[in-house]
Design a protein around this ligand. Structure first.
Ligand SMILES: [Zn+2]
Length: 304
């Protein structure tokens, strides 16, 4: 749960794996979908920020477990009398609805997003009822992509399409949003119900030994090597940056992929494929992380 839109853990992992191993076709597709989804969420976040900033309480990327069931919410707004849930879709191209089933124009069936949305709405209503918050809960699909069209859309579809977004933002702007302590209690309840290890996110399997080691360039994903005494240089695009910056970016990626692996100098030396000396790794890690002294199990822990 966050106060702004962020990348999912799954997307971050797929992005790193994409640089260090060959993704399967399915993983490639998942990454493309995740990236498009994230871009859509970012656009919606920006729109809300520009148009209705400092009015309702806004929470993004919530993963809740309610009565044993999990649900995921791209964006949740708490107004004076109501709570609105948003599922942002960045679909592109022509889609079609037939007897409650959704298809791409290539006749490939996709999961009906309205069903998922109603389920989430029901769960959130149950949570609010149980905790005596007398707010109405509604939910909407936001189709953020201007190049999306949905044929046969039933009138009652809970959706805002790209050409309607402007007017919808006006409507939100005029929604009563005088908030009191009870609204903030609800915010606390939601944030405390947020779970970090969600079953919703299926993380691909990978092993340390099968990943390519080395220092990767932020600009082009090429490999980097030592350049003089202070910096590294990309072998592909010639970007030059200080050791510290290159190393810490790659250390953070290591930690994203292997949060349970102990971060030690030999470990990072191996991860970077020996292109940065152990001496230098030690001094940079010292600066950016905390040393946990535990005899043979001593290691560094990244600062938040
Ligand atoms: Zn590069």
């Amino acid at each position: 749960m966050f106060t702004k839109s962020i990348k999912s853990n799954r997307q971050r992992i797929l992005e790193i794996l994409n640089k260090r191993t060959n993704l399967t076709v399915e993983q490639q597709r998942a990454l493309t979908r995740q990236t498009a989804g994230y871009q859509g969420e970012q656009q919606f976040y920006k729109l809300l920020k520009e148009r209705i900033s400092h009015q309702p309480i806004a929470l993004y990327n919530l993963h809740l477990k309610i009565n044993g069931s999990e649900c995921q919410i791209d964006c949740l707004l708490i107004f004076q009398n109501e709570v609105i849930l948003f599922e942002v879709k960045n679909y592109e191209g022509n889609f079609l609805i037939e007897e409650e089933k959704w298809y791409t124009i290539a006749e490939q069936e996709i999961r009906n997003p309205v069903h998922q949305l109603h389920r989430t709405e029901l769960l959130v209503s149950q949570l609010l009822n149980k905790n005596n918050f007398p707010l109405k809960v509604t939910s909407l699909l936001i189709f953020i992509n201007p190049n999306f069209h949905l044929y046969n859309t039933p009138l009652e579809t809970p959706a805002v399409f790209y050409p309607q977004l402007n007017r919808y933002m006006e409507q939100l702007k005029n929604t009563p949003s005088r908030l009191n302590e009870s609204h903030h209690r609800l915010e606390k309840l939601l944030t405390s119900s947020h779970i970090t290890n969600s079953n919703f996110e299926s993380i691909p399997k990978y092993e340390y030994s099968s990943l390519k080691k080395g220092v990767i360039c932020a600009n082009c994903n090429g490999w980097m090597s030592e350049h003089g005494n202070k910096s590294m240089r990309c072998l592909l695009c010639s970007t030059i940056e200080p050791f510290e910056k290159s190393l810490m970016r790659n250390v953070k990626e290591f930690h994203t992929l292997f949060p349970d692996k102990k971060m030690t100098v030999p470990q990072i030396f191996d991860w970077t494929n020996h292109v940065i000396s152990k001496y230098r790794i030690r001094s940079i890690l010292k600066k950016h992380s905390t040393w946990i002294d535990a005899g043979k199990g001593s290691h560094y822990v990244l600062e938040k």
